[in-house]
Write a protein that binds this ligand. Structure first.
Ligand code: PBG
Length: 331
């Protein structure tokens, strides 16, 4: 890198006016980068607010098409679906996860029919379906790996059959990507993609999401025996490498803003499609400050999203997707 010295070199020259700033910008955000997570619930005729995520709603299936219409009009490329399973359908083993008529599968079929061009991303983990709120099956107070993987791969194939285009395992069990890939292939879903939550941390920033799903109160203990320790980054690279070797097409880092260093390292090391999840707690944190008048809404949101692109992300799962797309269209 060559930097001349002052006064011959004045780095402020390239910031002098808007047109120059536009020409020298190193990264940019577009609608193509956005994935919108949505919450679907049972029942009819209802749209409810998630209290810790102002502006985010849960919708019943009959309201889903209208809800998604906005994203479709803005040409947002993909949605990430999260079902809210009523407590009476939850059990120890998360059985409803493999029910071809569960809420997730019904939502996927409906959306594929109404919006064939929008990509559908299906979260694979048992936590929306278990009575204990963990992502796998529990034996002797431990989330067991291999037995959980057996159910998770069936959950993935069940979602693919319902029309999910991209399987996104968020469970952090070992070996699940390969098991899912093989099960998908054997069932004829060779083109169903896998976006693995490769480096997913045991984070405090998922709190509002668990409120949205109603799994927060259920969760016994924490997820530290399977989700990663926030202290680690080399381990994140090993997680990403193993998921890629097992057949992942794209990888995700989660949460987003506190882990931008991981995004950069993954992108530099592996040069594969890399996604960031700006999670519920990041959304809640920004919205809390915005609602207090402490941050400028539009500027804070757009800057937070651009930071992911600068860090090397190819795309971002964000609850701000619709408003960001609206902003980009106006700009
Ligand atoms: C399920 C899952 C979680 C999130 C996405 N998938 C919660 C968790 O692991 O406890 C969190 C998303 C968010 O906070 O926005 N395994």
């Amino acid at each position: 890198m060559t930097v001349g010295s002052f006064p011959l070199t004045r780095l402020r020259r390239n910031r002098h006016d808007r047109f120059t700033r536009r020409l020298v910008a190193e990264s940019s955000l577009s609608v193509d980068d956005l994935i919108w997570p949505i919450f679907v619930m049972e029942g009819t005729g209802s749209v409810t607010d998630v209290s810790s995520m102002p502006g985010v709603q849960r919708v019943t299936l009959d309201r889903l098409a209208a809800h998604v219409e906005r994203a479709a009009k803005l040409d947002i490329p993909a949605l990430a679906l999260f079902p809210i399973t009523p407590p009476d359908l939850r059990d120890e083993k998360g059985t409803d996860a493999v029910n071809p008529d569960n809420l997730m599968c019904r939502a996927a079929r409906l959306l594929k029919k109404e919006f064939p061009d929008i990509g559908l991303i299906g979260d694979v983990a048992l936590d929306p379906y278990t009575s204990h709120g963990h992502d796998g099956i529990i034996r002797d107070n431990y989330v067991v790996n291999d037995e959980s993987v057996d159910i998770l791969k069936r959950q993935a194939t069940c979602q693919a059959a319902a029309g999910i285009d991209i399987i996104a395992p968020s469970d952090m069990m070992d070996g699940r990507v390969e098991a899912i890939r093989r099960d998908l292939d054997e069932s004829g879903f060779v083109n169903t993609r896998i976006m693995s939550y490769a480096a997913k941390y045991a984070s405090a920033f998922y709190g509002p999401f668990r409120d949205a799903l109603g799994s927060g109160g259920l969760l016994k203990g924490d997820k530290k025996t399977y989700q990663m320790d926030p202290a680690n980054s080399e381990e994140a690279l090993r997680e990403v490498e193993s998921d890629l070797l097992e057949g992942a097409d794209m990888v995700m880092i989660k949460p987003g803003m506190p882990y931008l260093d991981i995004i950069r390292q993954v992108r530099d090391r592996f040069a594969v499609p890399t996604f960031a999840y700006q999670v519920s707690g990041e959304y809640a944190m920004l919205m809390a400050a915005i609602r207090n008048g402490w941050l400028d809404h539009e500027r804070a949101v757009m800057e937070s999203l651009l930071a992911f692109k600068r860090a090397g992300a190819n795309g971002i799962l964000t609850y701000f997707a619709v408003e960001a797309a609206e902003h980009l269209r106006r700009a």
